[in-house]
Design a protein around this ligand. Structure first.
Ligand SMILES: CC(C)(COP(=O)(O)OP(=O)(O)OC[C@H]1O[C@@H](n2cnc3c(N)ncnc32)[C@H](O)[C@@H]1OP(=O)(O)O)[C@@H](O)C(=O)NCCC(=O)NCCS
Length: 204
């Protein structure tokens, strides 16, 4: 499959003790318990406090994004049952064949490799099935848990200027990390190619 206009729905991704599945309406209680948590409020754009109304709105938005084909948003599970986290792919640029990925894991389930395993699984699907050539993460450098996940999955820091964001728990300055598929170009290589074309043109 080449980079699609609409992302596939529904899907289940399985590997390495992890099953990524579509969100369901009966996940509401687990979702609210998971997202109403300080580290998630600090490092993601979730509303805080995160109550039942926020949960209902979140599941509705997830369903619209999935059925409309604009994003992939999957619950992280170990067995297809209870959701322990979430991983999502969004902001697909079909021309550049790139997209952004985000992730979170419930506080009770951290440091078990769930984020790294889920990121690796979704990244592999994005490169292999969706044929995306460059995957991006945006991470505040103070979020050492998330930079650890990025590193463990082979993502590398780019030199892109930080993206500044205000949040209820303080400002964030998001660095861009990238993973480039075989045959794709890093940001630095793209810049070098542009420069080479420009200066090559002048000499010619
Ligand atoms: C970031 C987050 C998703 C990590 O989830 P996780 O399932 O605990 O991560 P993993 O177990 O896969 O960790 C993979 C590696 O990352 C690093 N890491 C993870 N948590 C860490 C922490 N608290 N401190 C330091 N390093 C950490 C480690 O190198 C770890 O490997 P190790 O356990 O073998 O040492 C989780 O802490 C979270 O949901 N935080 C709040 C939301 C968030 O920040 N999302 C990302 C926004 S960019």
């Amino acid at each position: 499959m080449t980079t699609p206009g609409r992302l596939p729905y529904p899907i289940t991704l399985t590997g390495d003790g992890i099953i990524l599945r579509e969100w369901r309406d009966d996940d509401l209680d687990e979702l609210v318990a998971m997202l109403d948590e300080p580290a998630i409020a600090r490092w993601t754009p979730m509303p805080s406090p995160f109550g039942v109304d926020a949960g209902l709105a979140y599941l509705k938005r997830a369903r619209l994004g999935r059925t409309g084909g604009s994003r992939i948003q999957l619950a992280v599970t170990t067995d297809g049952g209870k959701p322990l986290g979430e991983v999502l792919l969004f902001g697909v640029d079909a021309g550049l064949r790139e997209a952004e990925i985000g992730y979170l894991v419930g506080a009770a389930h951290r440091r078990r490799g769930l984020a790294a395993g889920s990121l690796a699984l979704l990244s592999g699907y994005a490169r292999g099935t969706l044929r995306l050539s460059r995957l991006l993460l945006r991470i505040d450098p103070a979020n050492t848990a998330s930079t650890g996940v990025a590193r463990r999955c082979g993502y590398q820091l780019t030199g892109e200027p930080p993206i500044l964001q205000e949040g209820p728990y303080g400002p964030s300055s998001l660095d861009t990390w990238e993973q480039v598929a075989a045959g794709g170009s890093t940001r630095l290589e793209r810049l070098r190619n542009v420069a080479a074309r420009r200066y090559g043109g002048r000499r010619g």
